[in-house]
Structure formats: structure tokens, C-alpha cells
Design a protein around this ligand. Structure first.
Ligand SMILES: *[C@@H]1O[C@H](CO)[C@@H](O)[C@H](O)[C@H]1NC(C)=O
Length: 167
């Protein structure tokens, strides 16, 4: 039984490797220049919390953007498709204005925020802005922090169960 399981896993990982070698493959994944593998389709809409859950339930993670190259790739490939707001996996939940990626816990290394953002929690009206979206504000695409309960489309990133990593 154990042997069969191992053989099946080797076959699965082999077909996954072949599949990921194609920029746009049959499973609806896209391999970007940096090597990051994301779902071709923008999905949802849902709250940020439900977006995290939904991506995970399919073996994905809510989009994580760890380098400037990855940010550029996302805009190059998906820019025209992002017409309003798209949740990504950034948050400062539990640590106000210290943003990190929910998939990895890694702090933000990109700083592609809209002017005046992130604005953080509003001390006057108590509204919390703890979750990050890409915002197409009159043709300019940059990040903004917003209340996690708001319902927006979102993007999932492939998590390689064979290599046990994000790209
Ligand atoms: C931004 O949104 C507009 C429509 O609101 C769309 O035409 C455009 O392709 C989007 N993306 C960029 C990069 O401007």
C-alpha cells in the first residue's frame, strides 16, 4: 500500500513538473517570468478571509508578491484584467502597519502603494483597514489597505505540493 502511494506520488509530481514547464498549461495555470505560477483566472468575489480559505481549499494560496520582479510580472500579465480591486495575500492583522504575506508570514519587501497608502486603521471612525488589494484607480495600479470584510475578486497562486513551496 505504502509503495503504491509512493509510486502514485512520483507520477503526480512528474506530470506536475511537465505541466509547469509550459507557460500556459492545461490546468489554467500561468508561469510568469520570475517563475511564479498563478491561476490564469481572477476568481471570486469574496471577503479577504474567504478568499484565503478558497485558495487554500484548492491547493493554492492567496497571491503573494515577494519581489519587485513579481510585482512587475503581475501588472504586465494581469494589468488589463484588473479593472477595479483585487484582493491579494497581504495583511497587517495583529500588527498594525507591519504588512506581511499570509501564505508565508514574510514581511513586505515591495512598496508599490498608492500615494497616501497604506492609511491603516482610522482612529476617528474605528474602521480597520487590515487587508491589501491591488487597486486600479483611474488606470494606475498600486496597492491599498482596506477592510477585510469587503467583497472583491481575488487571485490565487499555485502552491507546489511536490516541491513544498510557492514560486
Ligand atoms: C484599469 O481599468 C480600466 C477600466 O476601468 C481598464 O480599461 C484598464 O485596462 C485597467 N488596467 C490598466 C492597467 O489600466
Amino acid at each position: 500500500m505504502k509503495q503504491l502511494q509512493t509510486i502514485l506520488q512520483i507520477l503526480l509530481c512528474f506530470s506536475l513538473a511537465v505541466s509547469l514547464a509550459n507557460p500556459v498549461n492545461k490546468d489554467g495555470l500561468v508561469t510568469l517570468k520570475s517563475g511564479k505560477v498563478v491561476s490564469r483566472n481572477i476568481v471570486g468575489p469574496a471577503s479577504w478571509y474567504d478568499a484565503v480559505k478558497d485558495c487554500k481549499s484548492q491547493g493554492f494560496e492567496l497571491l503573494t508578491i515577494e519581489t519587485e520582479q513579481e510585482w512587475t510580472d503581475i501588472l504586465d500579465y494581469f494589468g488589463p484584467d484588473i479593472t477595479n480591486r483585487i484582493w491579494i495575500g497581504g495583511t497587517d492583522l495583529g500588527n498594525e502597519l507591519n504588512f506581511y504575506w499570509i501564505s508565508s508570514g514574510t514581511p513586505f519587501e515591495i512598496s508599490s502603494w498608492h500615494a497616501g497608502e497604506p492609511s491603516g486603521n482610522n482612529p476617528t471612525n474605528g474602521i480597520k483597514e487590515d487587508c491589501v488589494h491591488i487597486w486600479n484607480r483611474t488606470g494606475i495600479l498600486a496597492m491599498n489597505d482596506a477592510p477585510c470584510e469587503l467583497v472583491y475578486p481575488y487571485m490565487c497562486e499555485f502552491y507546489d505540493i511536490c516541491a513544498r513551496r510557492l514560486y
